[in-house]
Design a binder for this molecule. Structure first.
Ligand SMILES: [Zn+2]
Ligand SMILES: [Zn+2]
Length: 330
């Protein structure tokens, strides 16, 4: 029986440029109720073997890091010891292929980050997943989302994840598990969680306590395939659907259903018709209020250099609060 497990796929410790020891980070992840966590220090394998400590599933990982871009390797040790010298497509492929051979799941990290974008030709690679949502929500993630959606339309079945890329607390402010990746897996083991992530059985949301989207077509859930000839009706349930947040459902390149919450809902449900074969996926969008707009625009200018955010800070594009991976429609 599959269950939803929540966790963070992208975490740093004192073994690279984070400021928490692995022990401290594990205890902080327990405090916020995560089921799994993947420690992905830069070019360093902090967790030698994935383990369940009776409470937390701690999955081994490493963030392959060099100027041309960052790639997460999950669930197996990178078979070559650092320092890695990564310049070319071939350099990355050598490590990625060897890691995959060892059983690893490979994720393209923050491809359109203003500071550390992926500069090589993405089409040269076969990634299992792409980190559409990296760290606290900001406008770089919209570019990741746009690219991911284009891939789905092109028929490139790359799955989406979120990762907090957590390094440190900012005073009392914590962005640990912001965002959170919920995974629908058979059991709480590294193999099962990573298999489900590769199969797109996941939903990304703002934090462990925010909205969750359950999208189904009959018995098909995200990552599954449904037959249009048998059932053309999809169902959606959102928990903690916030007033003013807008659900948008895509069927390939078309928006086939939207709903803006007129009040706060603990649970909200609806049904809608699927139009054509391909895929459906759901997303919750929102606009920042005037104060948050200034805060995020200031943070982007400070941490991400010249972001094209207007100096007046009056506008920010609509951001996403949660999104599902697709259900494939035949
Ligand atoms: Zn990175
Ligand atoms: Zn990172």
């Amino acid at each position: 029986m599959k269950k939803w497990y929540k966790g963070d796929t992208h975490l740093h410790t004192t073994n690279s440029d984070g400021n928490m020891t692995p022990e401290k980070l594990i205890s902080e992840c327990k405090k916020i109720g995560l089921d799994y966590m993947i420690i992905t220090d830069h070019n360093y394998n902090t967790i030698k073997k994935s383990r369940f400590d009776g409470d937390m599933l701690i999955i081994q990982g490493q963030e392959l890091t060099d100027e041309p871009g960052h790639v997460n390797v999950w669930g197996a040790k990178v078979p070559h010891d650092p320092p890695h010298k990564l310049d070319t497509v071939e350099d990355y492929k050598k490590l990625i292929d060897a890691s995959r051979e060892a059983g690893a799941t490979i994720s393209l990290n923050h491809p359109f980050c203003s500071n550390c974008p992926f500069l090589l030709d993405k089409d040269e690679f076969k990634f299992d997943t792409v980190e559409v949502w990296n760290t606290v929500q900001h406008s770089d993630n919209l570019k990741n989302m746009e690219w991911w959606h284009e891939q789905l339309i092109k028929g490139n079945k790359i799955m989406a994840v979120g990762g907090s890329d957590h390094h440190r607390y900012y005073g009392p402010v914590s962005f640990l598990a912001v965002p959170t990746t919920y995974v629908l897996a058979e059991e709480k083991t590294a193999d099962s969680i990573l298999k489900a992530i590769r199969e797109g059985r996941s939903v990304v949301t703002n934090s462990p306590k925010s909205s969750m989207i359950y999208l189904t077509v009959g018995s098909a859930q995200v990552g599954d395939t449904a037959k249009l000839s048998e059932n053309d009706t999809a169902e959606i349930t959102i928990t903690k659907f916030k007033k003013g947040h807008k659900l948008v459902v895509y069927n390939n390149d078309k928006v086939i259903f939207t709903h803006t919450a007129e009040k706060n809902f603990k649970t909200w449900s609806a049904q809608f018709k699927i139009k054509e074969a391909g895929f459906i996926r759901a997303e919750i969008d929102y606009n920042l209020g005037p104060v948050s707009t200034r805060v995020v625009a200031f943070a982007e200018r400070t941490f991400l250099g010249n972001r094209g955010v207007k100096k007046t800070n009056k506008t920010m594009p609509e951001l996403f609060w949660a999104f599902t991976n697709p259900i494939w429609i035949e």
